[in-house]
Design a binder for this molecule. Structure first.
Ligand code: PLP
Length: 338
């Protein structure tokens, strides 16, 4: 029996066709700029998202860090959601490695950062008491929720008006685009740089892409090397990433449909509180003390979840979960709470 693994959309196995694409890839030394498959991926993502250039990197964490280090210098500050991945789940990299001070902002319930709160956090320019506020960073999707398109436009206008660079952690940008029914460029176009993960819902084994101006990407490439992220025949991975972009974007709608079906079924179980699913992520709060038992029960029925971080359980659908997997999950939840 194949596992139904709802812990994350990072657990996907590369499909046979994706592995084939990797095997066939033409490769070269990417540090020298020689890898044709890496270059093709970078050019494609830059063009698709409407930027001058792009950089293929090992992880979303590195991609976000490179963006921050490309936009900001030592003693600068970036404004970021206090639960944002970039701030909370990346080891404090901006501060540790970039000497960039984070200024966390409390999120609104829909994941947006209220622009009046952002404005209030900008430090007075030219006063040596303060770090220099340089950048505003958003995350989309936010906990599986696409940020409203009109908010992105307003935040972009705000950033320009205040002279701030504007970065998007778009780990799941394509989920947002598919859910909103717009091209990814329509979301990306508001920002000065965008980081996209190929290894989440898109199903590639490794890799993220940072897109931005030529200047930002050139600076990011230098920092990537400094951080030990210069890689050589990475075209094997880039070709698998291209395959993901060719074949796994439109199908994200299936993951969203399955997440919505799972959310609806779990909502009908007394005692469970379900949030989402706007895209491929939903959250389930179960009554106190029932987490451990639930995980064991599900495991015995071939369903994996991760419990531990607080009362809410995050469930994520992806490429390797089909309709039968959703049915099995619903049945296992029902039998546990019966
Ligand atoms: C996963 C994720 C990242 C980081 O990607 P890694 O490849 O795991 O380093 C950044 N932001 C968000 C929102 C993510 O979900």
């Amino acid at each position: 029996m194949q596992w139904v693994d709802l812990r994350s959309d990072t657990v996907t196995q590369p499909t046979p066709a994706m592995r084939e694409a990797g095997l066939r890839a033409a490769v070269g030394d990417d540090v020298m700029g020689d890898d044709p498959s890496v270059n093709a991926l970078q050019d494609r993502v830059a063009a698709e998202l409407g930027f001058e250039a792009a950089l293929f990197v090992p992880s979303g964490t590195q991609s976000n860090l490179l963006a921050l280090m490309a936009h900001c210098e030592r003693g600068d500050e970036y404004l970021v959601g206090m639960d944002a991945h970039t701030y909370k789940y990346e080891g404090g990299g901006a501060a540790v490695l970039g000497s960039i001070q984070p200024q966390p902002i409390v999120h609104a319930a829909d994941g947006t950062l209220p622009l009046d709160a952002v404005a209030a956090a900008i430090k007075p320019a030219g006063d040596p008491h303060f770090a220099r506020t340089r950048l505003l960073a958003l995350e989309n999707t936010w906990h599986g929720r696409p940020l409203p398109l009109d908010y992105l436009a307003a935040a972009g206008a705000f950033a320009r008006e205040r002279g701030l660079a504007f970065h998007l952690d778009g780990a799941r940008l394509y989920n947002a685009a598919v859910a909103c029914g717009v091209p990814a460029a329509q979301i990306a176009g508001h920002f000065d740089s965008v980081s996209v993960c190929l290894s989440k819902g898109l199903g590639a084994p490794v890799g993220s892409v940072l897109a931005g101006s030529r200047k930002v990407v050139d600076t990011a490439r230098r920092w990537r090397k400094v951080l030990g992220g210069g890689w050589r025949q990475a075209g094997l991975l880039a070709a698998m990433g291209q395959h993901a972009l060719d074949h796994h974007v439109a199908r994200l709608a299936e993951d969203h449909r399955r997440a919505a079906e799972l959310a609806a079924a779990l909502r009908a179980i007394p005692g469970l509180v379900v949030e989402g699913a706007f895209t491929n992520i939903l959250f389930v709060s179960v009554p106190d003390g029932r987490h451990g038992g639930l995980a064991k029960h599900l495991e015995s029925r071939g369903v994996r979840i991760s419990v531990g971080r607080g009362p809410r359980i995050r469930l994520v659908t992806h490429l390797d979960i089909d309709d039968a997997g959703i049915e099995r999950t619903i049945a296992a939840f029902r039998s546990y709470f019966a």
